[in-house]
Design a protein around this ligand. Structure first.
Ligand SMILES: NC(=O)C1=CN([C@@H]2O[C@H](COP(=O)(O)OP(=O)(O)OC[C@H]3O[C@@H](n4cnc5c(N)ncnc54)[C@H](OP(=O)(O)O)[C@@H]3O)[C@@H](O)[C@H]2O)C=CC1
Ligand SMILES: CC(=O)N[C@@H](CCC(=O)OP(=O)(O)O)C(=O)O
Length: 312
């Protein structure tokens, strides 16, 4: 059986990477619009309603508009934007982060693809909170670094133009109201919003998300070994998420030449006296942080091998 797929926003950074991952897959046929029609209301409306699956790779407002334009009950939607990630009518498209989510995605019509930073944060924190190893009511902090493709075409152009040639490191979200904070808080089930410090480095792709934990003063917090064992058990058998056994790698790197990857790599790093922990997640913002996750969700929704077309 062949499923028709329309990528709305196919000429953007995320859309192009999804098309790349779907290339050569006989289970899917892509509905494409000519360059002069890709923002044309009627052409998009037609494609949105003809497709079995729609993947929205658009800014938030355009994604909401696309959903409103889709009135065919058969069309199933995966939205890569931030627009529906805490909307109760949508299923959160992170199959591994809690029990039963894979099955919920398989039967859902509307799936919101997670944000890149929340994928790292929730991958680390959600199972530990659910297991009671770290508290729900704690002022967590999240320090994260992304490749510049995380900001889409506009940030790519800025970093690659002469205007941005001097930028080595860029921190932002300085108003402490980054759009990913509600998503992190909601899906981890936290009482307090985490303090989020995102930054961008001069690498095209790649991401590190860190959650430092002063476990000796955190109520109910366990040892690094127990946290690592909890995560290893939670993700056992996952083809996408790996919990590393290494106690203290000397360094973790984002390379300027980072290859595309749809993996999520997690580390629990403890201090020698077991009083402090650095939870670390490594991923590709365009892989498990966006396009790889969308293709994984598409596979699951279509009842196929979830890893088909992924770079693992
Ligand atoms: N980049 C990343 O790492 C991640 C991105 N996302 C999300 O995915 C979505 C797409 O992001 P990204 O690919 O980076 O962004 P880009 O800016 O690279 O691409 C967006 C695309 O949408 C097109 N577009 C904008 N408005 C419309 C419209 N009304 N109708 C049709 N097409 C339209 C743009 O057209 P034009 O080319 O003319 O500008 C562009 O091609 C965003 O919501 C983003 O937040 C999510 C996770 C990670
Ligand atoms: C480096 C950079 O700018 N990153 C983007 C997030 C990328 C992402 O996850 O996208 P959405 O949540 O928008 O889908 C940002 O911080 O706004």
């Amino acid at each position: 059986m062949t499923h028709s797929v329309f990528i709305d926003g196919a000429a953007g950074t995320t859309g192009l990477e999804i098309a790349d991952r779907l290339a050569g897959r006989s289970e899917f046929s892509l509905i494409t619009l000519d360059e002069d029609k890709r923002k044309d209301f009627e052409a998009r409306r037609q494609a949105l309603n003809d497709a079995d699956f729609v993947i929205l790779c658009l800014p938030d407002d355009a994604a909401k508009e696309a959903v409103a334009m889709t009135n065919s009950a058969k069309t199933r939607i995966i939205d890569a934007s931030t627009a529906h990630r805490v909307d109760q009518n949508w299923t959160y498209g992170f199959p591994e982060y809690r029990k039963g989510q894979h099955e919920r995605i398989a039967s859902a019509r509307l799936v919101s693809n997670p944000g890149c930073y929340p994928t790292g944060f929730l991958g680390l924190v959600a199972p530990l909170v659910a297991a009671g190893l770290i508290p729900e009511d704690w002022p967590y902090t999240v320090n994260a670094v992304s490749g510049y493709s995380g900001g889409g075409k506009a940030l790519i152009e800025r970093f690659e133009s002469s205007d941005g040639a001097d930028i080595g490191f860029r921190t932002y979200g300085l108003d402490l109201s980054h759009k990913h904070v509600p998503e992190m808080q909601t899906h981890a089930g936290l009482g307090l919003a985490p303090i989020f410090s995102p930054a961008v480095v001069r690498a095209f792709r790649g991401m590190m998300v860190e959650v430092p934990l002063p476990i000796s003063v955190m109520p109910g917090s366990d040892s690094p070994e127990e946290m690592r064992a909890c995560l290893a058990n939670h993700y056992a058998g996952s083809p996408v998420v790996t919990v590393h056994e290494q106690l203290a790698p000397s360094e973790l790197l984002i390379l300027n030449t980072q290859e595309p990857s749809d993996r999520l790599d997690l580390y629990v790093l403890g201090s020698p006296d077991n009083t402090q922990v650095r939870l670390m997640a490594m991923l590709d913002n365009l892989g498990k942080g966006a396009s790889g996750a969308a293709v994984q969700n598409l596979n699951i929704m279509a009842g196929l091998d979830e890893t088909a077309g992924l770079r693992l």
